[in-house]
Design a protein around this ligand. Structure first.
Ligand SMILES: *Cc1c(COP(=O)(O)O)cnc(C)c1O
Length: 388
């Protein structure tokens, strides 16, 4: 028998399982709602990034169905090859209007946006300064860029400034950061970063994936909330979290968007977002504009929940909003806690390395506007039992 060249896979999977790091895919029935049936068990859903309760909103489904009826489902090819659909053109105009920028460009996902935008902005001879807790898609974008990459300690403006002072002789420099960190829920110091970018003549790019629709008076995100929008040159966001759909985007001045449409490889060499997804995103942006109470109520309830969990003695990171990390340390403990909660009817995923550093495993509670008081009270009561 010849050796099996894939035999190493079983060994590696076993090794992951022994370290409590093996992920198993679950299946849910019906729509993504604040309560749903996961692996045939009815649970309240504190795992979704559907912060405004739009993923299952009938208005998005209707907009998508209408677009599918009129324009079909598929987009056919890359937008540069066959053009972009009316629905996608409309979405890009709406995104620019929403963001208050000259233009916007839609990618297949937020991951595609980050992994394409960074290499389009920085290449060999350039430098990228990246927060240590930035999302994997930013990390990959940095790697793909072939620029010199400097990872600065999380949210540490002084450490970044030292690096900026030391880093001379580059052609161009880019600072990139999540605006609301996905695993800790804290905000980046965007006003300070904008100041540094200006002082050291750097581009500043923010990824508002978790803040779009939630933070800011008009729901544009953390930069709006912190009054730092003017200093952000490149805004990236996703349509797949608070906006309840699928797709990613970049927004900024017209020349930036034109450059990205020519040079971002994940845009150029990938099929355009289908018309139904574009139409659903426009419907979601309408709701963000017309129902600002959703984001206000969500943040108020998040602050309330945070206070109640802290009183129970849980170690919770410096979260600023709807992402509440309950840090328990070892992966096994996080998995145990998640399972114990699930048995009580509440789903909150265990987040383990490599999503977070070793010894920082946690339960990640994502609050949605769609959670009612009873659901939140139930979660608090269950966590109270498990804390003892
Ligand atoms: C989820 C996420 C992305 C990726 O967005 P998708 O649209 O889901 O691909 C990018 N950046 C951050 C910070 C995220 O949390």
């Amino acid at each position: 028998m010849p050796a099996d060249p894939l035999a190493w896979l079983d060994a590696e999977l076993d090794a992951l399982a022994r370290r409590d790091l093996l992920r198993r895919l679950r299946t849910y029935d019906g729509p993504q709602r604040s309560a749903f049936k996961l692996d045939n068990r009815q649970v309240v859903n504190f795992g979704s990034n559907d912060y405004l309760g739009l993923a299952a909103d009938g208005r998005l489904a209707l907009a998508a169905a209408q677009a599918a009826n009129e324009q079909g489902f598929g987009a056919g090819a890359s937008p540069l090859v066959v053009g972009h659909s009316r629905a996608l053109e409309r979405l890009e105009l709406r995104l620019a209007e929403f963001e208050g920028t000259e233009a916007a460009l839609v990618f297949a996902s937020g991951f595609a946006a980050n992994s394409g935008v960074i290499p389009a902005l920085a290449a060999e001879g350039d430098a990228v300064y990246s927060d240590a807790l930035n999302h994997a898609s930013i990390v990959d974008g940095c790697r793909l860029s072939r620029a010199a990459v400097y990872v600065y300690q999380h949210a540490n403006v002084a450490a970044l400034e030292k690096m900026l002072q030391a880093g001379r002789g580059f052609r161009r420099r880019l600072i990139v950061t999540d605006s609301l960190f996905s695993m800790d829920g804290d905000l980046a110091p965007l006003a300070e970063l904008a100041e540094l970018a200006e002082r050291y003549d750097c581009m500043l790019m923010t990824d508002e994936a978790h803040a779009t629709g939630v933070f800011g008076r008009q729901g544009r995100g953390a930069a709006e909330h912190l009054g730092a929008e003017a200093g952000v040159h490149v805004r990236v966001g996703t349509l797949s979290k608070a906006l309840g759909g699928m797709g990613g985007f970049a927004a900024g001045r017209r020349s930036l968007i034109e450059w990205l449409a020519n040079r971002a490889r994940s845009y150029v060499f990938s099929t355009a977002l289908p018309p139904p997804a574009a139409a659903a995103a426009v419907a979601a942006l309408d709701i963000v504009r017309d129902e600002p109470a959703r984001r206000r109520e969500l943040l108020a309830r998040s602050a309330d929940l945070l206070g109640r969990l802290r009183v129970q003695g849980w170690r919770i990171g410096p979260t600023a909003g709807q992402i509440i990390p309950v840090i328990v340390g070892e992966s096994a403990r996080a998995v145990e806690l998640s399972a114990a909660l699930a048995a009580r009817g509440f789903w909150a995923p265990a987040i383990r390395p490599p999503s977070v550093p070793d010894g920082e495993a946690r339960l990640r509670i994502s609050l949605s506007w769609a959670h009612d008081t009873e659901m939140i009270d139930g979660l608090v009561a269950s966590l109270g039992e498990l804390a003892m």
